[in-house]
Design a protein around this ligand. Structure first.
Ligand code: ADP
Length: 556
């Protein structure tokens, strides 16, 4: 074995230092192009050392040309293998290139001994030189690489730590500057972290709120819902909800919250105080209701004035005619006309009475002054009497009236006057909206502990969109001035109130163009014997006047 002299090893180290400088100026995975002058200079320097090492004549004038020749050959050899004009500066590639250089050099040495005695030592020295270059490359490379790696890691680590620090700073600022409360709670609802707005909102200090449980702040009525929403959050669901939280001073805060489970099983909750918004919404609703009510009132007054003015105008016109007859002294001559005017005046007086009665009753119901005069009555008799009293009137209109009952006797506690109001109102509507040839069916039956009275007609029916509001006050399906029937839109609301005063309900089934059915359900209760008045023999006498009043807005 030949020892390489130290100066040569030193030179190789020097080359390595230059390589390391060369590398450190770039990224570790940089690419070397073979036409890069610095690279070429480095390789040529290796060859100079080699020649020095194997005692080649450094002064030969062809030496420079020789070195270039070896370099070119080495590059060509390398390119043959790698088919590339560049190589990545990793140790594998560099060693491969050194191998190419080694091949070229040994070939050259063989060539230089052609025709001479081969000095094997030269060859061995050259091989040894390249071995050392390779070893040196590897050692230095790993050193450089390790250092670079550590340096790089440290730098990157520092950057990461700095980035994290800045990000945490930003995150903290963001959380603290947020206009919403931000809570982090655990899966049981215990507070883990709360921003300033969050604990101030609930009027606790940060120290107080930490370790409290959000479920203990929920108003009792919402506890179950909040508990089940917390369960859903733990299952990973995103919850947007409204909760009412009790503050430290007992005030209740309405909050809108948006919450989601974090990867570490804690829960992030954004909380916005919407108490003021809720109050504003409530005020808005009240305002809308007031506006609607006002609109209803205006509608009502315009309706009522029409309702009042029409009969008054009619009465006035009839009176003017009577006045003319009086001035002409022609009462006797105009007897028939006078009779007609009297009947017109009478009917329009009834209309006015009906309207005033309805208005008075509705006001009395509203103020709680209308009470029932309850007693035990056979409801079949009460209804049947009413039907009998109007049957002629209805038949005269060309409408069939069919009354049917499942039983003859059923005593219940009721006020027969009010039942009459209810029935006459429903019947007058049925007559108004049923053409001659149509039918009205009145039916009584029992259903459980209730008595069912149904008034059904084959009239024009009620549009579906109106059915829900038909029992509201002042509702009229046809509001046009050219409508076929008169009415103030009070009747059904009065009927509903009277039925409800009896503890019953009223419902509607109607199919437009087919007919309507009003179903009254009254409790089949009776008054205890002690409360029963003896004067309970309801005899429906002389209710012609009442019928005239209730039917007064039906055109003859
Ligand atoms: P009105 O005094 O105007 O009749 P109601 O409250 O009794 O007031 O009825 C309200 C509206 O309901 C009526 O204007 C009418 O359009 C409709 N209505 C009530 N009963 C019937 C019915 N049997 N058939 C068709 N429409 C009806």
């Amino acid at each position: 074995m030949y020892n390489i002299n130290d100066s040569v090893v030193g030179n190789i180290d020097f080359i390595e230092t230059r390589i390391s400088n060369f590398i450190s100026q770039r990224d570790l995975s940089f690419t070397i192009f073979f036409n890069d002058k610095r690279w070429k200079k480095l390789i040529l320097r290796i060859f100079t050392l080699l020649m020095d090492f194997i005692n080649l004549d450094q002064n030969s004038k062809d030496v420079a040309e020789l070195k270039n020749h070896i370099y070119r050959e080495a590059v060509l050899k390398f390119m043959e293998v790698n088919k590339n004009h560049k190589m990545n500066c990793d140790i594998g590639m560099l060693l491969e290139f050194i191998k190419c250089c080694r091949g070229c050099c040994t070939e050259l040495i063989y060539e230089s001994f052609i025709g001479k005695d081969m000095d094997k030592n030269v060859l061995i020295k050259a091989e040894e030189f390249f071995d050392n270059v390779e070893i040196s490359f590897c050692t230095n490379w790993s050193k450089i690489f390790k250092n670079e790696l550590i340096k790089d890691f440290k730098e990157k680590n520092d950057i990461i730590i700095e980035t994290l620090r800045k990000s945490e700073e930003r995150y903290h600022l963001l959380v603290e500057q947020a206009s919403d409360g931000i809570f982090i709670i655990n899966s049981l609802g215990n507070f883990i972290e709360v921003n300033t707005i969050g604990h101030m909102m609930l009027k606790y200090t940060h120290e107080e709120i930490i370790n409290m449980n959000i479920l203990n702040m929920i108003i009792p009525e919402e506890f179950e819902r909040a508990q089940s929403e917390l369960n859903e959050l733990n299952l990973g669901k995103h919850i947007i909800s409204e909760w009412n939280l009790i503050c430290k001073d007992g005030e209740v805060l309405t909050v809108e919250l948006s919450a989601k489970k974090l990867p570490d099983t804690s829960i992030l909750v954004f909380v916005r105080d919407i108490t003021q918004r809720k109050i504003a919404e409530k005020n808005m609703r009240l305002l809308e209701e007031a506006i609607n009510y006002d609109r209803l009132k205006t509608d009502f007054f315009s309706n009522i004035s029409h309702e009042l003015r029409t009969p008054v105008n009619v009465i006035m016109s009839a009176l003017q005619m009577c006045d003319i007859f009086k001035r002409e002294d022609s009462f006797e001559k105009n007897k028939d006309k006078l009779n007609r005017y009297f009947s017109i005046m009478k009917q329009n007086c009834y209309r006015l009475i009906k309207l005033v009665n309805n208005l008075i009753d509705i006001t009395r119901i509203d103020s709680g002054y209308l009470s029932l005069d309850l007693n035990n009555y056979n409801i079949v008799n009460v209804v049947e009497d009413i039907i009998l009293s109007v049957s002629d009137y209805i038949e005269n209109k060309g409408i069939n009236l069919i009354f049917d009952t499942e039983f003859e006797e059923k005593t219940i506690a009721c006020d027969p006057d009010k039942i009459e109001r209810i029935m006459l109102n429903l019947l007058s509507n049925s007559i108004k909206f049923t053409k001659p040839g149509g039918s009205i069916f009145v039916n009584i039956k029992e259903e459980g502990k209730s008595v069912i009275i149904s008034v059904k007609d084959t009239g024009i029916g009620i549009p579906i969109e109106k059915q829900k509001i038909i029992f509201d006050r002042f509702v009229q399906v046809d509001k046009s001035l050219s409508r076929n029937n008169e009415g103030s839109g009070i009747g059904l609301s009065l009927v509903k109130s009277l039925v409800e005063m009896h503890g019953g309900t009223i419902t509607l089934n109607s199919i437009p163009d087919m007919g309507s059915q009003f179903i009254i359900k009254l409790p089949a209760d009776t008054l205890p014997q002690a409360m029963v008045s003896n004067n309970n023999n309801y005899i429906n006498q002389n209710n012609t006047e009442r019928i005239n009043i209730e039917f007064s807005d039906i055109y003859s």
